[in-house]
Each structure stands twice: as C-alpha cells, then as structure tokens.
Design a protein around this ligand. Structure first.
Ligand code: CP
Ligand code: NVA
Length: 311
C-alpha cells in the first residue's frame, strides 16, 4: 500500500516529491473506483483519528469523518470551544496527550506554526486541515479533480482572487509537479513573497511556469482552469467590507470567463460567497466543478489516511 510513501505527516505539499503526490492521486483514484462499486477495504480497522478544529468546517470535517468510517476506522471532533489550543493549554502539551491516545490528528488552526509544533510533539501523524498559510488537503482533492476532468495536469491553471492559503498551496503544488500556474491578485494581496520565491526556485527543476499578473483579464487568457476562493478568509472577516471594492475586478463572472479557453473549468474550494468572488450563474453553470471538488476531498483524503495510518 505505502509504496514509495515514507513521510509521517502531511503539513505542506513542499515536503513531498512529485512521485509521492502522483502516487497518492493514483491511490485516491483507485479507492474512488472501488467505492463506486461498493468495495470499501477496512484498511484502517481499529485506527482512531482526532479532528481538532479552531475554525468552522463542512467539507474538511465531514470528508475526514466519512473517510475514516469507510476505511473501518473511527474519528472524533474537538471544536473551537473545547481544547483552547495555546490558551487553555500549550500546543506541545495537547500534542503529547493526544499522541498517547489516538493514531492520527487533523488540525485546523490559525498560525501555521501550531501545525508544525503539533507534528513535532504528537508522535503520531499530523495532517494540516487548513492553516493561515496552507490548505494542502484541498489542493489534493483539486488535483484529483483536474486530472479526472482534463485527463492531465498539463493545463493552464489561473488562480484569481486573494493570495491566501489555497493560493499558496496551489503555488507549492505547481512548483513540485511542474504545473503551469498564473496567479492574479490585487498587488497589495499578493501571495507571500517567501512562498513565491521558494516556488520559483524549486519550480525550475520540475519545469513549472509560475506567472504573477495583477490584471485578471490578461491572466485568464486561454486558461483551462479558473480557480477562485473567498476574498476574506476565516479570521479576516472584519476586513470584508474594505476588501470588496479592491477585489471586485477579480470577480469570476461571465465576462472574465470569455477570455479563458472555451473549455474552461471553474473551480472553488467552497464555502463560496456568491455575488462576491463568483457569480451565481458561474458557480451553478456547466463549467463549474465545485461539487466534484468537494466530493474528491473524500477520495483524496482516504488515500492520505491509508498512506499515513495503515500499518
Ligand atoms: N474547502 C474546505 O476546506 O471547506 P470547509 O472549510 O467547509 O472544510
Ligand atoms: N481561504 C479560505 C479557505 C476555506 C476553505 C479560508 O481560509 O477561509
């Protein structure tokens, strides 16, 4: 099952090789095909997964819970009011206590350092279920979706909107896998320079093309995939009103899509703010694959859990 997969944690796609990510996607596709015919191998029988979430969630929580159940394991949820990560108790202590009782931890948190510290002390696999810097689980499901729908990852992908955690994970994925990615954000909301630099340097070997273009209409020209996400991420909601006028030119709407490839596919990690970063007609339209993306979180994470938790 594990093949060339040797890693203990899943924190950031930068920790993985292209071979490891492709291996995981292959396994995800295999598990999905089996699931479609009612075959659910109990490879995680007896395994326990803790979901420790400091922010709300629908997809991440449900997909991990269902993934564990379908693979014969168990999971439980600890919400924002329960643990008080770093407040009621130090991250290090939470990590060590949980590590004595469970086989794996999914952490959704604010500071990415919390994810790193959890992994350092837990002694069991830690999965980043979203931090302010990265959302690698989402991009796994997205890669699976692009591959399924386009038959290849060798397409032009354009991320339009805020240079946030989803954008960062796409930049890292592009560098590792040698993808063609154009990022279009307002100049003051560019992705973090450190991540961009890392990707530029590491993308040379993989043959990635990483372009930043603040003009969304130029950026989406000929794009096979147009991806967007909320303009104000969780924790930044108070900035929404101030951000709207700055981001309005970056709205994914019919006019913008006319510049993309005629076969363009529209992606969004959800939750979506309809009428802000994406219009109703686009998210509900025939080019949108947002529900396939959401479902693929389940399949991609089943593969991830199988690789991290199976003996
Ligand atoms: N896309 C995603 O992670 O959704 P949730 O915030 O609902 O988990
Ligand atoms: N960028 C968004 C992603 C939600 C899945 C956020 O962090 O709120």
């Amino acid at each position: 099952m594990k093949g060339q997969w040797q890693k203990q944690h899943f924190l950031d796609l930068a920790d993985f090789s292209a071979q490891e990510i492709m291996f995981l996607l292959h396994l995800a596709q295999d598990l999905k095909q089996r699931w479609l015919v009612g075959d659910q191998p109990a490879i995680l029988k007896g395994k326990k997964l803790a979901l420790l979430f400091e922010k709300p969630s629908l997809r991440t929580r449900v997909s991990f819970e269902m993934a564990m159940r379908q693979l014969g394991g168990e999971s439980f949820y600890l919400g924002p009011q329960e643990v008080g990560l770093g407040k009621r108790e130090a991250v290090k202590d939470v990590a060590q206590v949980l590590g004595r009782m469970v086989d794996g931890i999914v952490l959704r948190t604010f500071a990415h350092e919390n994810v790193l510290e959890m992994a350092q002390y837990a002694g069991v696999p830690v999965i980043n279920g979203l931090s302010d810097l990265h959302h690698p689980c989402q991009v796994l499901g997205d890669l699976l979706t692009v591959q399924e729908k386009k038959g290849t990852l060798e397409v032009k992908i354009c991320f339009v909107g805020d240079g946030n955690n989803i954008c960062h994970s796409w930049i890292v994925a592009a560098a590792v896998l040698g993808l063609h990615l154009v990022v279009s954000t307002p100049p003051q909301y560019r992705p973090q320079e450190k991540i961009w630099q890392w990707a530029q340097e590491n993308g040379v070997q993989s043959g990635a093309t990483l372009i930043y273009d603040p003009d969304p209409h130029r950026a989406v020209k000929g794009a096979d995939v147009v991806y967007t996400d909320v303009w104000a991420s969780m924790g930044k909601e108070a900035e929404t009103e101030a951000r709207i006028p700055v981001f309005l030119p970056y709205q994914v709407n019919e006019l913008l899509l006319q510049k993309a490839s005629p076969q363009v596919m529209v992606m969004h990690c959800m939750p979506a703010h309809r009428g802000q970063e994406i219009t109703d007609d686009v998210i509900d339209g025939v080019r949108s694959v947002v529900l396939d993306e959401a479902e693929n979180r389940l399949h991609a994470q089943k593969a991830l859990l199988a690789l991290l938790l199976s003996s």
